[in-house]
Design a protein around this ligand. Structure first.
Ligand code: NAD
Length: 327
């Protein structure tokens, strides 16, 4: 299969491209190498997927370009059987500083892909959405029918993008699926996310920094579970026209997570508490029944197992990864 992965130089897109290439597919990555974080991490993502193509039966091509370029997007989509749209301006807090860029990339960029997919008649369009679309919890865990009241421009842009995808599915019969990811972590993860921060600080005998009182809760989701959910969508139309939660269901308070990582790596450290950011969600917790019913999705990593794997990976890759995440 020809698979186009947008944002494939990033964390999640990089893992997807690696898996598709290892599984023998012809992968094309479109990514503009946005300098949101150190580009050397993205170069590692590209090289890892390229290596997977070489050792597997697949092929890999990297195209440096922007999802806001409709002509380029149309050319690439016309060659693809499947489109996995991961490109986005990510990050909740920075979206407060520059909401328009989030609109241009996350909404207009998605519309370019949707137009191209509609015109070329692809097998399936799968897009990365986010638990940030929920915003304010009225009941937890979130079912997909829970009201969506995003509290950040980032969440608003992801909601608009997934609504367009669902509208294209309805109006143009485009086979489209939106996966609402819940805080994804694992090898080569983005800097400035809680788990990479806690681990890298504790490894260096610096106290983990918790924003707010740490009673916020998250369903941290291990990258392999996210990749598995995406891969399943190559073979089933059961979820076409749907949004699905992809979370871990193993909900944990941020301060408990920080304490557990601290206890493993540097038990004498005291946690440091700093002011919470208004755009950060208070609680996220996924009801994954729909993904389980339609895709057979079963997250296979508890938070302790996933963090254990990440710490092991971090130790093995500390020489190149640590300087890049610590800046
Ligand atoms: P990431 O920043 O590592 O990856 C995004 C990639 O998109 C980057 O490589 C970036 O260069 C690229 N990109 C940005 N703007 C672009 C543009 N205009 N044209 C082409 N490429 C562009 O982020 P990630 O954590 O891998 O997230 C992937 C997707 O998953 C995003 O859509 C994000 O909104 C979504 N998501 C991520 C999480 C998470 O916890 N990581 C949670 C929910 C949703």
């Amino acid at each position: 299969m020809h698979v186009l992965v947008t944002g494939g130089a990033g964390f999640i897109g990089g893992h997807l491209a690696e898996r598709f290439a290892a599984d023998g597919h012809d992968v094309v990555v479109l990514d503009n190498l946005d300098p949101f974080y150190d580009l050397d991490i993205k170069r590692h993502n590209i090289e890892t997927a390229r290596d997977a193509a070489e050792t597997g039966d697949g092929s890999y091509e990297f195209v440096e370009g922007d999802v806001r370029n409709a002509e380029l997007v149309s050319d690439l989509v016309s060659e693809a059987d499947y489109v996995y749209h991961q490109a986005a301006q990510a990050g909740v807090r920075p979206s407060v500083e520059n909401p328009r860029k989030y609109d241009e990339v996350n909404v207009d960029g998605t519309l370019n892909l949707l137009d191209a997919c509609r015109d070329s008649g692809i097998e399936r369009f799968v897009m990365a959405s986010s638990s940030s679309v929920y915003g304010v919890p009225r009941s937890l865990p979130y079912e997909e029918t829970h009201p969506t009241t995003p509290v950040s421009p980032y969440g608003a842009s992801k909601l608009a993008a997934e609504r367009y995808a669902m509208a294209y599915s309805e109006v143009y019969d485009l086979p489209a699926v939106a996966l609402r990811y819940f805080t994804v972590y694992g090898p080569r993860m983005r800097p400035n996310m809680a788990i990479s921060n806690f681990v890298s600080r504790c490894m260096n005998d610096e106290p983990p920094i918790v924003y707010g009182d740490g009673t916020q809760t998250r369903d941290f989701t291990y990258i392999d579970d996210v990749v598995d959910a995406n891969v399943t969508l190559l073979d089933t139309d059961a979820a076409d026209g749907q949004v699905l939660n992809i979370g871990s269901t193993d909900n944990i308070e941020i301060r408990t997570l920080a304490e557990e990582i601290r206890d493993q790596l540097s038990p004498d450290l005291e946690l440091v508490y700093e002011e919470r950011h208004d755009a950060d969600a208070e609680h996220t917790h996924a009801d994954t029944t729909r993904a389980q019913e339609l895709l057979g999705y079963e997250p296979s990593h508890t938070i302790r197992e996933g963090v254990g794997k990440f710490i092991e990976w971090y130790r093995d890759n500390r020489d190149w990864y640590e300087p890049l995440v610590r800046g």
